[in-house]
Every structure is written in structure tokens, then in C-alpha cells.
Design a protein around this ligand. Sequence first.
Ligand SMILES: C[S@@+](CC[C@H](N)C(=O)[O-])C[C@H]1O[C@@H](n2cnc3c(N)ncnc32)[C@H](O)[C@@H]1O
Length: 400
Amino acid sequence: MMGSGTTLVEALLAERKPIGFDTDPLAIRIAKAKTMDLDKPKVLETGNAILNSVYQRPIDQRDQLREEYHSNWDSNTSKFVNYWFHSKTQGDLCTLMNEIRRIPDETLRTFFEIIFSAIIITKSGGVSVALDLAHTRPHRAKILHDSNGDILWGKEKLDQPSARLPFLSKKLRPVFDEFSNRFQRNFANLPDLKTDHPIPEIKYGNAKNIPLAENSIDLIVTSPPYASNAIDYIRAHKFSLIWMGFSVNELAQRRSRTIGGESTAGMKFEKLPSYTRHVIQGIEDCDPKKGRVLHRYYSEMTQVLREMYRILKPGKVAILVVGSSNMRGRDTETGECLTEIGRKIGFDVPAIGIRNIDRNRRMMPVGAKLSKDSQIQKRMHQEFVIGFLKMIGEGLGIAG
Ligand SMILES: C[S@@+](CC[C@H](N)C(=O)[O-])C[C@H]1O[C@@H](n2cnc3c(N)ncnc32)[C@H](O)[C@@H]1O
């Protein structure tokens, strides 16, 4: 659950050897791009070579590439691309990705894949025809203009004046210009990591079944997803991952393994301690389905905490940064419940810190009407920083 790898960069700056796992292929790429040594002159040379080549590519060749990509995609993925990307944009994106795929060096290729992704996954949906993409349910623009301002679809809507029109409209951004701007920005922000730093280990890994030996880890720092798909990473990241060779079906599979998901079919529910059961019951009384979703979440987090207990060396600590969710107006009390579950597993919890989140910097709105007095809104702007200590000589509490 390393996400974009912020903690790994901090570990490197502290000259510690970081190991990071995630189930999201884009998170893995972002973390790699952030922590790998990149030869800056080589990055510049490669970026300029890509831009020179794509700007010179004749339109008909771009369209040909587009057909090639569609012939390689399964029907679901092809349909997804045609729904969310205008045909004019598709040819340019194929042309760009074609150049990026040719980069032999994996680290360099990953760096440019992240720039490619960043021109798609933005709050406003970037070069796709989606509106509000980043981390909410994306909507398709009802009125679309090309980058010169000419109308591409939705002309009839213009004849029906409405205050919502600006929120339904979108102007396509020129793909290569967007890529060039983003390249300059990411190049300028390349971190100056010392070259002799420990080599980070970054790979696909499910936190419910961590591919590491027991008693092998000195410190764990992570921020698990919130309960009930608060932020649906793969749903947004799909918009760029499909250009990197992932199919829509495969990503749906991975999404189902994401902690905090909403499907409970075939779910292995864990036996949970009393207070956590009480919190779930409170939500189940209002909404049985939501209750099961929360039971899924705390079952998954029990499996994760159990794995953390197994891999940590005795006397070492796991730090979890996590916030509560609001389900049917009720607080999931994530800090309290994870503490109770952790203690049941055998951890000591010597300390719980509170991190206030800047309301304006939140990814997800917490309800349209802002009320400073609402306890639940107050709680939604705090994250818990929970310290789990694996005590020396203690055994595992809640067994698998
Ligand atoms: C809150 S984010 C981490 C954010 C991170 N702190 C950052 O700075 O970007 C949670 C991460 O957990 C990952 N995740 C969800 N389920 C997982 C699982 N079963 N195993 C490993 N990672 C998982 C998600 O893909 C996401 O990247």
C-alpha cells in the first residue's frame, strides 16, 4: 500500500532501504519513477527525441496506429477507449505511447509513462472526454470542442441555455503540447537523490499476503485505503493503464482485490473483536449492505495487520496513517477499530497521533454543505497515525 511512493522517497533521504508493494500498476510506476536514479541529460535527450518524432508524424500514420491498437485490444477495452477518448486524440496517444514503448531502459520508460498518464488523469480529465476524473465517478462531457474550439459533439445542447452548461462542456487539449508541458514540469522536479543510496525494491504485492519472510522487517509505514472505496484508485488509473497494455477486464480483477472494495460476494469475513463488531452493527442497522462492506474492510485490515505482525522483527513498529469514512451518516471509527484489532493480534499500541487534513486540499468532498460544528465532518478532516509495536517474546493473537 505504498501508493505513489512518498514514504519510499523519505526512506531514501534517510538512507534506509525501502521495500514497497502495491496492487495498482500505476502506483508501482509512479513510485519507481520517484525513487530511481535517472541520468538527467539522457532524460532530456529522450524527451526531446520523442517530441520531435511525434510532431512530425503525419495524421494518416497516427490513424493507422490507432487501428493497430484497436486490433490488439479486446472488445471491452476498445469500447472503453472509444467512449472516453475522441478519435482525434486516440491517434496522438497511440503515437506517443509507441515512442515510449521503444525506450529500452525500463526506468526511463517508466518516467515517460508517468508523464503520459499525467496528461490523462487530472481533476478535469486531461486529454480524455471525461470530466472530474481524478478520484470520483467520471462523467463524459456532453458538449465537446476540439483544441481549435470547433464543436465536435453536443451542438444541440448549446441551443438549450442552462447554468450547468460550463460544467458539461470540455475543450480537448492538444496531446503533444500537453505532453511537452508536463515533461518540462516533471523534468524540473526530478529529485536529486544521492547516487549511493540503497536500491529500493518496488513491486506488485498484496498486503493481505506480503511476499516477505517473518521477522525480517525493521519498520513499516503505510496509509491503507479508507473503508468503502472512498478513493477508487484503479477506476481512475484505468484511463491511462489501458494504453500501457492492461485490459479493462484485467484491471477489474485487480480492482476487486483492492482493500476497501464494495463487493462482498465470496468474501472471507474475519471474526472481529467486540467494539469493531459494535461499530459494524450500528451501520448494518441502517444499511445491511453497507454493514457488510465495512465488515469486509475490517476483515481485510485484520489480514493486513496479521501479515505486518508476521514480517516485523520483534521490538519493531508499524505506523499506519488512516482516516475514518462516513457511511450513512455514521462514522466508521477506523482509528479505534484498527487499534482494537491490532491489540487482539498481539501488537501493543503505545501511541495514536491525529493529523489534521486541510479541508481545501482534500481529494474527496465530505458533503456539499460545510458545517464546522458537525462532529462527523470534523472527524473526516483528521487522519489517525497509529503506532503498532510488536513486542518482544509475544505470540500472534487472532490466528488465521
Ligand atoms: C491511501 S493509498 C496510499 C497513498 C500513499 N500514502 C501515497 O502517498 O500516495 C492506498 C494504496 O493502497 C493500495 N492498495 C489497496 N489494496 C491493496 C492491497 N490489497 N495490497 C497492496 N496495496 C493495496 C492502493 O492501490 C493505494 O495505492
